[in-house]
Design a protein around this ligand. Structure first.
Ligand code: NAD
Length: 428
């Protein structure tokens, strides 16, 4: 078998927050790209050159340009798109079931559809974060339903996507692209494709399993590090020490890289990927404990607020920021959801504001939306995601507010106290 002809069409399966920017990136390198999604709405928007994704730096202009130049189109007919492509990139969600077990349903469905269109000599790349062994054992095996044999008839590699939404194009340039194939030819074919499609350097690893493990290692590292920061925050608070000041000083030593504490960890990666290690390769007690510590920060916040307000029953609490982090329209595993549950269970009436979400989108999550014009009368405010819109927020306009829980340690204690409110930081 010869290497895939990389001048052929590239098919991106999954046009979500990561997949659409990837499709646009490949087109910007002159590659002919077809993007596939289950959602007809997403496909139609992309074909009009309009991004269905908010707050992704540079995406609107680049998408319009790619579609305008005829380099990118979208379809719901994945099998047909695969049949006309030399390279297929899979970037569908792999999240968790309610029992925190990897949910491979979307990946299995995508694999089955791709198998229906798969042609000889195609290169298939798994970019979704997956449990170790999934690329070869699940995607590869599933693709063989096409009648083709992995390694002999088609190439297969894992290249976990490591970008951060909101700054994907910058990250695609900056982060080395890790690739590992099911065999050496697949690794080399993947490296050739990414050299053509990206500006980044390519970091090849021994096999697909190593590439899969790399992304789990990164996620676990950050989750454990944040859990440590959270533990330090809680102990610093007991000691009357400002943890932010202490961490900044500790990190002046070159071996210390302590992250920042906060009211919780959200998003597609850190609350999810550690379970791929725990579930498939465990026991992993440190990884499990980090998950517990980070998810436990919502309870900690609830306790701090209860102490400040003399209980939570009947209190009105406003959460600022539904998104899992600042300036991103993404609610997956957001700490706002955990916080809301903890506060509601303690009897508080919880309101949620987020400038990136419409009141209807907030309601669809079973939450009560609030407007800031004018600010509602509440007993306390929690800063969960510090969007740019919240900079310069006039806290004195929140009538009756007695406490502000600064879940991201971004406010000035003096400014809050000057409004006659109690300031509650995370280890400050
Ligand atoms: N979001 C992040 O910050 C991030 C960062 C790095 C890696 N990742 C990885 O990327 C994956 C996808 O993340 P996302 O944020 O783009 O998800 P997303 O939910 O924004 O988008 C996923 C898209 O895939 C589509 N889809 C689902 N099943 C499909 C199928 N069978 N065929 C075609 N399309 C299908 C959905 O309709 C949706 O549009 C994550 O699960 C993770 O593994 C995400």
């Amino acid at each position: 078998m010869t290497g895939p002809d990389q001048s052929g069409q590239v098919c991106v399966v999954g046009l979500g927050k990561i997949g659409l920017p990837l499709a646009v990136q490949y087109a910007s390198r002159g590659l002919q790209v077809v993007g596939c999604d289950l959602s007809a709405e997403v496909v139609e928007a992309v074909n009009r050159g309009q991004s269905p994704i908010a707050a992704e730096e540079g995406l609107d202009e680049r998408l319009a340009a790619a579609v305008g130049q005829g380099l990118l189109r979208a379809t719901t007919d994945t099998a047909a798109a695969v049949a006309g492509s030399r390279t297929v990139v899979i970037i569908v969600p792999v999240l968790l079931t309610a029992a925190n077990v990897p949910d491979l349903a979307a990946l299995d469905a995508a694999t089955e559809t791709i198998a229906r269109g798969l042609q000889k000599d195609t290169l298939v790349l798994v970019e979704s974060t997956v449990p170790v062994g999934t690329t070869r054992g699940r995607v590869g095996t599933g693709l063989e339903a096409s009648g083709l044999t992995m390694g002999r008839d088609f190439r297969l590699a894992c290249s976990p996507e490591r970008v951060y939404s909101g700054r994907i194009f910058a990250d695609l340039r900056a982060y080395p692209k890790v690739v590992g194939g099911i065999d050496e030819e697949s690794t080399q074919a993947a490296a050739r494709f990414y050299s053509q499609a990206l500006d980044a350097t390519i970091f090849t690893v021994r096999d697909a399993e190593t590439a899969e493990f790399v992304k789990l290692a990164e996620s676990v590292y950050r989750d454990v590090n944040i859990a440590l920061a959270n533990e330090l925050a809680r102990t610093a608070a007991q000691a009357g020490v400002d943890v932010g000041e202490a961490i900044a000083a500790a990190n002046s030593q070159p071996f210390s890289h302590i992250h920042q504490p906060g009211v919780g960890v959200g998003g597609h990666c850190m609350p999810v990927n550690p379970y791929f290690l725990i579930d498939g390769l465990g026991p992993a007690p440190l990884t499990s404990l980090a998950r517990q510590i980070n998810d436990g920060m919502a309870q900690y916040a609830g306790e701090r607020l209860a102490a400040a307000l003399g209980g939570l029953s009947g209190r009105r609490v406003l959460i600022l920021g539904l998104a899992y982090r600042a300036n991103v329209k993404e609610v997956a595993y957001s700490s706002a959801l955990l916080l809301s549950r903890v506060l509601s269970e303690a009897g508080a009436a919880v309101l949620v504001h987020d400038p990136l979400f419409s009141p209807q989108e907030i309601e669809e999550l079973g939450l009560r939306p609030a407007s800031l014009e004018p600010p509602p009368a509440v007993d306390a405010v929690v800063v969960q995601a510090y969007h740019d819109e919240y900079r310069g927020l006039d806290l004195s306009a929140f009538q009756g507010c007695r406490a502000v829980l600064d879940g991201r340690n971004v406010l000035s204690r003096q400014a809050v106290e000057a409004c006659g409110m109690k300031y509650l930081g995370i280890g400050r």
